[in-house]
Design a protein around this ligand. Structure first.
Ligand SMILES: Cc1ncc(COP(=O)(O)O)c(C=O)c1O
Length: 405
């Protein structure tokens, strides 16, 4: 059997191997500290769940318009205008099945064979794969750890060619937690405008910001609308990962293209989830504030704890719920490790200390580990203790040398 080229071009999730190993340990009754989660450990707020229950009871269980119910499109643009300063009309909003679905649709609506998409590394695992699925070429622009992984307009401009169609930005970032400062965003928008490149703004973590950082969207900058597409998600902000709710904000022509793709694939996002999303967007931000206050405390603890471990360096992320320490010095004592090193570290950590982390290779950044603090303070303390014991061991990763062979 011959599968389609597009399927052969893309890789399954790089995080899967570690997670499968984890499941085996959990099945054996082993106490695993899981720093892997890409979702809040909070339940979906009750008022949102109630709205879904009510929708079922009122038989709002049939097809909806492909772009989503109009009150939800209205609520999405109002929420984005209120909290992130944009100015879209409901007809420029399409409701999608999660932020990933929005990204998938937008990329497929814009990328032709051979078009280039600029992706900032360390990057979220799915960007290159979605671009490849659309037969585009991912072009990676590095953001250095010494600069807090902040993308700079100057580096982006150097990577632009006549084939560049889109630039994907993700602030706050998964995996680094980096938040792009507003003035840098303005410069990035200028570069995009100058070269006719679309800025695709993945705002999945918009409200997970700490310290002086404030929720911000590039779509709020003057004149942004003609150059920016927003992919938004309710998954993390409202602890709704399983509901699959997100939306796209884009000029009419692009919204219509997204809608066309959507109408011929999913028909419409789940009706019940749409009523839950409507309540989330209209029901106030209290639950979000509670979550963010808790995440701020955890971030402080985990950054401090990691910095106490010899050989581990950790920048202080201003957003999301991940830290992205550099462990290459602790791995071999000889500077940055090889491609396979942090994959091996993650495997050894799981095997010896029963701690789940995601290796940096998954995000195009060997030498680092992604640690999620979407877990309780008690588990964070236990995990830090185990990480310290692992990295303090004299030769922590004996198999690294062998894998280099
Ligand atoms: C950076 C980033 N973008 C998008 C998504 C997709 O989120 P959703 O659950 O809304 O599809 C994720 C989920 O992990 C993410 O980390």
């Amino acid at each position: 059997m011959e599968l389609a080229e597009r399927v052969k071009r893309i890789e399954p999730s790089a995080t899967l191997v570690v997670l499968m190993e984890k499941e085996k340990l959990v099945a054996r009754g082993i106490d695993v500290v899981d720093f892997g989660p890409g979702e809040p450990d909070f339940p979906t707020p009750q008022h949102i769940k109630n709205a879904a229950i009510k929708a079922i009871e009122e038989n709002k269980t049939k097809y909806t318009p492909s772009a989503g119910i109009m009150p939800l499109r209205q609520a999405a643009v109002e929420w984005h205008a209120k909290y992130l300063g944009s100015g879209y009309a409901p007809k420029e909003c399409v409701i999608n099945c999660g932020g990933k679905h929005s990204l998938f649709n937008v990329i497929h609506a814009l990328i032709n064979s051979g078009d280039e998409a600029l992706i900032l590394a360390p990057y979220w695992v799915s960007y290159p794969e979605i671009v490849k699925c659309a037969d585009g070429t991912p072009v990676i622009v590095e953001t250095p750890a010494e600069d807090g992984f902040i993308p700079r307009a100057s580096a982006i401009e150097k990577a632009i060619t006549p084939r560049t169609k889109i630039l994907i930005v993700n602030s706050p970032s998964n995996p680094t937690g980096a938040v792009i400062p507003e003035d840098e965003f303005a410069k990035i928008l200028d570069v995009a405008r100058k070269h006719g490149v679309w800025v695709l703004s993945d705002e999945c973590y918009s409200h997970f910001v700490y310290g002086d950082a404030k929720p911000f969207s590039v779509a709020s900058l003057p004149g942004a609308k003609d150059h920016v597409i927003v992919s938004a998600s309710l998954s993390k902000t409202f602890a709704m990962t399983g509901w699959r709710m997100g939306y796209t904000l884009a000029p009419q022509e692009i919204s219509d293209a997204v809608l066309k793709l959507q109408s011929q694939s999913i028909s419409n996002p789940t009706s019940i989830a749409q009523y839950a999303a409507l309540e989330a967007l209209r029901g106030g931000m209290e639950s979000v504030e509670t979550m963010v206050t808790e995440f701020a405390k955890r971030r402080r603890r985990i950054v401090d704890g990691l910095r106490e471990i010899p050989g581990v360096t950790c920048h202080e992320p201003a957003g999301s719920f991940y830290v992205f320490p550099n462990v290459s010095a602790a791995v071999d004592g000889n500077g940055p490790g090889t491609q396979a090193d942090t994959v091996q570290v993650a495997k050894d950590l799981l095997e010896r200390e029963h701690v789940v982390v995601i290796p940096g290779e998954a995000f195009g950044a060997p030498g680092h580990l992604r640690i999620s603090y979407a877990t309780s303070m008690e588990r964070i303390e236990e995990g830090l203790r185990r990480l310290a014991s692992f990295f303090r061991a004299e030769k922590p990763v004996s198999s690294v040398a062998a894998t280099r062979g």
